[in-house]
Design a protein around this ligand. Structure first.
Ligand code: IMO
Ligand code: MG
Length: 406
């Protein structure tokens, strides 16, 4: 049914931060559309244009290419204030992304009470139960979306009086809910919410449209669409290390709900993984190195969060988890990032199975506590000392690096 066989999805096979933005940036020249379909400002995609470094959270990383039409699909939860400030920051550097941006009228808005609830809920959670969210209001906004009666979508901005009245009622209810659950209302203020809605309407109205129809037309017209996943499959609401996950469908299967195209039109599904593992926030991480080796990976890989600045937890490549996330997502290829970070290690570990309660597991169990107790079965490979900076083909890699890849 698709008029075009080249639609591609770039997504994360891990717990986020796999280098998706860079892969998208490399592929962009071959695509007319770049589409976000999941998550929100929890994503942090760092890309370079020349020597300029950009950290994008809501705009698709592809927007930096001035031939690209950028789309924020129905499955994204959009903090309008952050989106406006991202657009303004690019405009100050001479990039008029606003002209080329379309936002789905079906997408939901992240409003101040979502961010406040994210903070209050994390603040009140017992140490072992904290998710370690990015505090961007992602979970509470998706919860409102599922609840339906307390959600606000971009389509709603057209009826200004109605949306303001609805927001006022939501704020009142939320204030008393926060008060009774957390003992304070987190400073939630109806005027702040009304102002954000007014600004969103003023600044973004011309960007809002039926992006589903737009993308179907692009497909019929033979244009190539690049879908840019946020977060990663191990953070997926259904398939990740629940409950230490984000609240959206992070793999290519999220394109149906999140962009309105059947995911069967996406023939290239490029899973992005790092040559080692990282994780930010809490949750099980079987191959984590809590020692000098982990510190060395963090320093060499500059593993600090783009969104929150938090140091990332680091460990060996987890083939058990990656095999699983590649299978779940139907990856047709893998972009392996940061191999150069591993230069100089005497030996490099790969986790090939988990041991837990006397059993050997070949795929991750559902239970977080089981996963928390699992020990990695590590296979060690000899390292290499060469700097991989200038290497651009497989044959030019040192023999041990090629063996490690295999
Ligand atoms: P990109 O797109 C890394 C993690 C958070 C937390 C959990 C839930 O940059 O790869 P949330 O705020 O989504 O409710 O947090 O998910 N997380 C990410 N970690 N990179 C991301 O995105 C992430 N998005 C969410 O740290 O553990
Ligand atoms: Mg990130």
């Amino acid at each position: 049914m698709s008029g075009n066989k080249r639609h591609t999805c770039v997504f994360g096979l891990g717990w986020g931060d796999e280098g998706k933005g860079k892969v998208v940036d490399l592929l962009c020249p071959g695509f007319q559309f770049v589409v976000r379909f999941n998550g929100g400002a929890n994503a942090g995609h760092t890309v370079y244009v020349g020597k300029d470094k950009f950290a994008l959270h809501l705009l698709p990383a592809g927007v930096l290419h001035d031939h690209v039409q950028a789309v924020i699909g129905s499955g994204v939860v959009v903090d309008p204030t952050m989106l406006i400030s991202e657009l303004d920051a690019l405009a100050r550097r001479g990039i008029d992304a606003g002209q080329r941006l379309r936002i789905s009228d079906r997408a939901h808005l992240v409003l101040p009470y979502h961010k406040i609830e994210d903070q209050l809920s994390e603040g009140a959670a017992k140490p072992g139960a904290k998710i370690g969210t990015t505090a961007r209001g992602i979970g509470p906004c998706y919860a409102d979306k599922m609840r339906r009666t307390t959600a606000i979508r971009f389509a709603d901005l057209a009826g200004e009086a109605d949306v303001l009245e609805r927001a006022r009622r939501i704020v009142e209810a939320r204030k008393s809910a926060f008060q009774s659950t957390y003992g304070n209302d987190g400073g939630l203020n109806a005027d702040d919410v009304a102002l954000e809605l007014k600004n969103a309407r003023e600044r973004l109205s011309s960007n809002i449209c039926d992006t589903t129809a737009l993308l179907h037309k692009a497909d019929r017209d033979g244009q190539a669409i690049l879908f840019e996943g946020a977060n990663g499959v191990l953070l997926d609401i259904d398939h990740g290390t629940y409950p230490f996950v984000t609240s959206s469908s992070t793999g290519p299967y999220g394109i149906g709900p999140g962009a309105g195209l059947p995911d069967s039109v996406v023939t290239h599904r490029i899973g992005t993984a790092k040559a080692y593992s990282t994780r930010v926030g809490s949750g099980p991480f079987v191959t984590e190195l809590k020692d000098a080796l982990g510190d060395r990976i963090r320093d060499r890989g500059r593993e600090f969060g783009t969104t929150t600045g938090r140091p990332r937890r680091c460990g060996w490549f987890d083939a058990v988890a990656c095999r699983y996330s590649a299978a779940v997502s139907g990856a047709t290829g893998i972009a392996l990032m940061h191999l150069d970070t591993l230069s100089g290690f005497d030996e490099i570990g790969v986790c090939i199975a988990y041991r837990v309660d006397g059993r050997t597991l070949q795929s991750p169990p559902a239970s977080a506590s089981l996963l928390e107790r699992a020990e990695p079965v590590i296979e060690f490979h000899p390292g290499w000392t060469e700097d991989l900076g200038g290497v651009s083909s497989l044959e030019d890699l040192p023999e041990n690096a090629r063996a490690y890849l295999r």
